[in-house]
Design a protein around this ligand. Sequence first.
Ligand code: NAD
Length: 491
Amino acid sequence: MLQVAERHALFIDNDTVEPVSGESLPVVDPSDGRVFAQIARAAAADVDRAVRAARRAYDGAGTEPAAGPWGRADASERGRVLRRWADLIDAHREALAAIESRDTGKPLTQARADAQALARYFEFYGGAADKLHGQTIPYRHGYTVLTLREPHGVTGHIIPWNYPMQIFGRSVGAALAAGNACVVKPAEDACLSLLRVAQLGAEAGLPAGALNVVTGLGGEAGQALAEHRGIDHISFTGSPDTGRRVAQAAAAHHCPVTLELGGKSPQLVFADADIEAALPVLVNAIVQNAGQTCSAGSRVLIEASVYHQVVGMLADRFNSLRAGPAHDDLDLGPLVSRRQQQRVWDFLSEAQAGGLDFAAQGVVVDDAPAEGFYQAPVLLADVPPTHRLAQEEIFGPVLAATRFENEAQAVALANGTPYGLVAGLWTRDGARQLRLARQLRAGQVFVNNYGAGGGVELPFGGIGRSGYGREKGFEALYAFTTLKTVALRHG
Ligand code: NAD
């Protein structure tokens, strides 16, 4: 079993720092329910210390703006630091995966993929850092007008527990590449990997204060970060309710926000689809990370003429899925916490009470510790589209199947939730592929494939209850800069 240090301090100014209160929070292993480490419990004073460290890295101590060691670093130098960091993450991939797997409960193979994605984010944004530039604009005679892409300054990053490394990579990688100094608040349920990743950042050459990690509770450290007037931009990934609170706190000091709030993403399977190709993708889209994925394909909408065939084939696969301890590396690990397990149980109790059809259910292996937070994957058939199970994000391994009669109904069902993050479309009809790609209300549409979690290069984000703003890809660099227009009259 992996050994990790018992107590983890905050990471500020490239150093380990104790919180002012001296208090800690327990870290629980979801596979057996046992406490195996402690993290520091930051409060407002610690967040303030981290923000001031970031400000020094960006602005320096004098009066000239952006004159700190990170604020004045050349774009090419920022890129080099990020690429060195990517190499260090690759070199430490196994250790990082082991930490992430134990902390979140995700199977080792999935944690390894997350570490690989983290390195890839830094490689991508490291390469992009010196390719981000403004434009010149044709204006009146005698003028030259240009735009400058400038960093916000100090950015705040509130990270959830489901993919700590990946979400850190996409958010902090882009922010640092664009020249910002960062303060990160990981989720209280999973922050160990990020504390280690931050140390590797210092080794890669990040100057003190360019990246700071404050662990603690959302309502304390997270809220203090969103409220802090020294923060110039906040990026948040998590639940819609908390996202609203963060946006309200940020609005009080006119701080721009990017919100990624999850979804109830549909996959549409038409009768002309390559069903054999679709099946493993449909299953993986809800089973990956035990369904605790913002872009999980949690609804499958199937054309009536193939409905029974597809549900039958999905049921065969679901019945063979196994959940067990993270280190056993099965199809699924446990859910992240007792609270998350209870949430999924509540949804499933409601499904049972409402007489929904449990078409298939995988197993939790016999030797899984009884105190772990396990949930076997469940396939629900014929879920009425207005039912809560077809409308709300469960964040567990529960797939809701619903049938449709024609294309118009398929689109209406797909668009019929308050969310709009990702949609998957399975059909061989080229005209329909293009038509529906336009009609589906989502930030990403995948045709004959599905990208839950992946796609470093692909802009990602939602509409409606799924949030706003875009992360990933080159687009994220724009979000982490502000545009200045300079108009010169020279005659
Ligand atoms: P959450 O939204 O409360 O937590 C996400 C992050 O926000 C964590 O770092 C948390 O510490 C922080 N936070 C909490 N309260 C805060 C506040 N008042 N101010 C600032 N930051 C705060 O999510 P949760 O409670 O861990 O999970 C609840 C549900 O949210 C899940 O069941 C799931 O449906 C959803 N969720 C979605 C995602 C996603 O990727 N979209 C991720 C995690 C959870």
